[in-house]
Write a protein that binds this ligand. Structure first.
Ligand code: FEO
Length: 170
């Protein structure tokens, strides 16, 4: 059975993941109406689905442990961006905030001696290492490309299948 503070902390993370899904959906939608950013749009639609999966995993866990997963109200995410560079900086910024939030949650689980939750959260710790890596890699690529239009064209083409390649077995 989950104690009250763990349940609250896990429900806070449910909101964080739901908010991430919304934020990336807004990024996908913005990119979709820009000329030539089909790959970027596709990437963020996939990211949005991933975040929903992260949220659902938490919802199931809370309920399985005798708690009540609360479906949260969400804030309006950022819906338009000055540039693709700003969009990707926002993405990295968001992932860093999620990592901090997971770390806090792990800390809470340990201090409350909830070892089952601590063990459950290890999946998120590993996932965040990957998520941060992806976000940093893409920001680094954009930094290199600068304002080179043919570079941006290739970036958009390569990112089209970035996630599926990233997640495919070795
Ligand atoms: Fe669910 Fe990208 O953190």
């Amino acid at each position: 059975m989950l104690n009250k503070s763990i349940q609250e902390a896990l429900n806070k993370q449910v909101k964080m993941e739901a908010q991430s899904s919304q934020a990336y959906l807004a990024m996908a939608s913005w990119a979709e109406i820009q000329p030539g950013l089909e790959g970027v749009s596709n990437f963020f639609y996939q990211q949005s689905d991933e975040e929903r999966m992260h949220m659902l995993k938490l919802v199931k866990y809370i309920n399985e442990r005798g708690g009540h997963a609360v479906v949260p109200a969400l804030e309006q995410p950022i819906i338009s961006f000055v540039s693709i560079k700003i969009l990707f900086e926002e993405y990295l910024h968001h992932e860093l905030a999620v990592s901090n939030s997971i770390n806090e949650l792990v800390h809470t689980a340990l201090s409350e001696k909830d070892y089952a939750t601590h063990s459950f959260l290890q999946w998120y710790v590993t996932e965040q290492i990957e998520e941060e890596k992806v976000a940093r890699t893409l920001n680094d690529k954009l930094e290199l490309i600068g304002d080179d239009r043919s570079g941006l064209y290739l970036f958009d083409r390569d990112i089209m299948n970035f996630r599926s390649e990233e997640k495919s077995p070795q």
